[in-house]
Write a protein that binds this ligand. Structure first.
Ligand code: ATP
Ligand code: MG
Length: 257
């Protein structure tokens, strides 16, 4: 067989596989239901994200955004009682939170959970104790110069914006596939928000997929590819971020913007 024929033959199945890859969502939530005790909160949520995409998960206070993120990260509460969650072909719905973390799901909660008594660098090194490494310390400091300057400072004494960067950096230090951010811009100055946006944008080509929950819906929508709006635990809208930005009625009804 000539090398030309060989490459033609291998190119066909290869391109076919690539088509399948792009048609299958990288991350998928299918009709998920979750409860705090007997309080029914996440009421049949479904969403799909392709690899490297950013999805803005929006909705009014109490709509169930944080609960949805916690369910995806397989926190004990709320308790998932129905549905499926798939990440890159793996059944996340069958996992405990530590297994979901090992599978590449990292939740950065609203309170950031910086560990008291540890420096910036110690916080980062602690994230690297678990198996499955992502960014090296050098790569983190290159992406977050502010953290490099403050590497010996105690993490909890950082400014709010710096603590948010440290929380995101800690997720990047792991073998990260799906980053879940709960209100990362809360209380931060626009200049810091821009810095975080730059970083979130820069990790897309690495195939890291992000779900961002934000009260600052406009900022999240400008960054995101896709958007899902929750209303009392159900999906009220799913589409592109641009569709939400263009639809004043939708924004008034669910986002008050
Ligand atoms: N630990 C809990 N126990 C019982 N109910 C809870 C608990 N946490 C949240 N809830 C309820 O679940 C509902 C959804 O809350 P959730 O925090 O997911 O909303 P959210 O969309 O993140 O809101 P916000 O924008 O205010 O952060 C609310 O009615 C809330 O009171
Ligand atoms: Mg919340």
């Amino acid at each position: 067989m000539s090398s030309l024929a060989m490459s033609a033959e291998t190119a066909i199945p290869g391109s076919h596989a690539a088509n399948i890859e792009t048609s299958r969502p990288f991350f998928s939530v299918r009709d998920v239901h979750a409860y705090y005790g007997e309080s029914y909160i996440v009421q049949g949520v479904s969403l799909d994200i392709r690899k490297g995409e950013i999805l803005a998960l929006l909705g009014r206070n109490g709509a169930g955004k944080s609960s949805t993120l916690r369910t995806i990260a397989r926190a004990d509460n709320p308790e998932m009682r129905g549905g499926e969650i798939w990440l890159d072909g793996e059944p996340v719905h069958q996992m405990k939170s530590y297994q979901a973390a090992r599978a590449g799901i990292q939740l950065v909660p609203e309170d950031r959970r910086i560990i008291q008594g540890l420096t910036v660098e110690e916080n980062l090194n602690l994230a690297r104790v678990a198996p499955g490494h992502g960014f090296s310390l050098e790569q983190i400091y290159e992406s977050f110069p502010r953290l490099a300057e403050r590497r010996t400072q105690e993490g909890v004494t950082l400014s709010g914006g710096e603590q948010q960067m440290l929380a995101i950096a800690r997720a990047l230090a792991r073998d990260l596939k799906l980053l879940l951010l709960d209100e990362p811009y809360e209380g931060l100055a626009p200049v810091i928000v821009h810095e975080i946006e730059r970083i979130l944008h820069s990790i897309k080509p690495l195939g890291i997929t992000t779900i961002i929950v934000e009260q600052n819906a406009v900022a999240a929508l400008k960054l995101a590819d896709r958007a899902v709006i929750l209303d009392t635990g159900e999906v009220a809208f799913a589409g592109t971020a641009q569709e939400v930005l263009d639809n004043a009625e939708l924004r008034h009804e669910y986002l008050a913007i």
